[in-house]
Design a binder for this molecule. Structure first.
Ligand code: C2E
Ligand code: MG
Ligand code: MG
Ligand code: MG
Length: 284
């Protein structure tokens, strides 16, 4: 279609329009290329899971792990799209999340075995796409796969963004709460970046709240950010939730958070996300 438009545009002799259309055409080709590689990655199961530790602020011990998907594509074009922040939304819009999520469960079953052998007995968090939550049959299938696997809800924590929470239907919410009563932990991810932070705090019975990196970056030198994080932690504690700070990169940030009684820390200051073997070493 873009090529037809290009042909018509040339005829009309409007150069700007022609340029715009050929850009479009390139972008379409680019996306087609990436999608075919993404599909290939799904069918060949060539993703990997990296794990980033969650650290207890006081004891500085590992108290949990977050599973973060990694994709190492072949072509240079797709390499620019290899960050999950980029390809997960593409996968969401193309209905590929179900496949990816099911692959992850299979991988987790194996990895948790190894983690336990290396002395890890806490929860692994997985990021749950809003797309999965908007297809109730996919969510139910996913939970059933977990139940029928060697995994148990006591070993898992679902990280759900505020935005995904706010779009969730009552029936999906009820399904998650029932899994929660069977041991699943729920976390509000990227807290503070959605449109309804306070409403989501009141409405969702999450166990943990993850303060977005945007509020942590300058917490040690910006009075306003310090005040926002301080109030958020007090509020969360008042509601019986534990708080995790995301994206902690420096000792100053860590100290500020310890002063504010933030429960847990995640960030490069302690550890980057790493492959299974490395995380086992780290835990030891
Ligand atoms: P998120 O769940 O909020 O994950 C935190 C992101 O911050 C991760 O990026 C992590 O690698 C990065 N990070 C952690 N500590 C630091 C730090 O100190 N400094 C900086 N600059 N970054 C830090 P990543 O792995 O690229 O993932 C980006 C987003 O993609 C995630 O945000 C999550 O929304 C999504 N995502 C990742 N893996 C999955 C997955 O398996 N399934 C789904 N549905 N989404 C995923
Ligand atoms: Mg997360
Ligand atoms: Mg986050
Ligand atoms: Mg995020």
């Amino acid at each position: 279609q873009a090529d037809i438009a290009l042909y018509q545009a040339k005829d009309s002799g409007r150069n700007n329009y022609v340029f715009y259309e050929s850009e479009m055409s390139n972008r379409v080709k680019h996306e087609v290329q990436i999608l075919s590689e993404l599909n290939q990655a799904i069918s060949e199961k060539s993703f990997q899971i990296f794990y980033q530790p969650k650290i207890d602020t006081l004891s500085e011990r590992v108290v949990g792990l977050e599973a973060l998907i990694r994709w190492f594509p072949q072509s240079e074009q797709a390499q620019s799209m290899s960050s999950p922040a980029v390809f997960i939304p593409i996968a969401e819009s193309r209905g590929l999340i179900r496949e990816i999520t099911l692959w992850q469960v299979g991988q987790l079953v194996q990895d948790i075995q190894t983690l336990q052998e290396n002395g890890f007995h806490d929860r692994v968090s997985i990021n749950i796409s809003g797309e999965l939550l908007s297809h109730i049959e996919n969510l139910v299938e996913f939970l059933e796969v977990i139940e029928h696997s060697e995994l148990s809800f006591e070993q898992l924590d679902f990280e759900i963004t505020e935005t995904a929470y706010s779009k969730m239907s009552a029936s999906v919410s009820a399904i998650l709460e029932s899994a929660q009563s069977n041991g699943l932990a729920l976390s509000i991810d990227d807290f503070g970046t959605g449109y309804s932070s306070l409403i989501s705090l009141r409405q969702f019975q999450a166990n943990h709240l993850k303060i977005d990196k945007a509020f942590i970056d300058e917490i040690h030198r910006k009075k306003d950010d310090f005040a926002i994080v301080s109030a958020t932690i007090l509020m969360a504690h008042g509601l019986g939730k534990k708080v995790i700070a995301e994206g902690v990169e420096t000792e100053q940030q860590f100290r500020a958070l310890r002063r504010l009684k933030c429960d847990f820390i995640q960030g490069y200051y302690f550890a980057k996300p790493m492959p299974l073997q490395e995380i086992c070493e780290f835990i030891k």
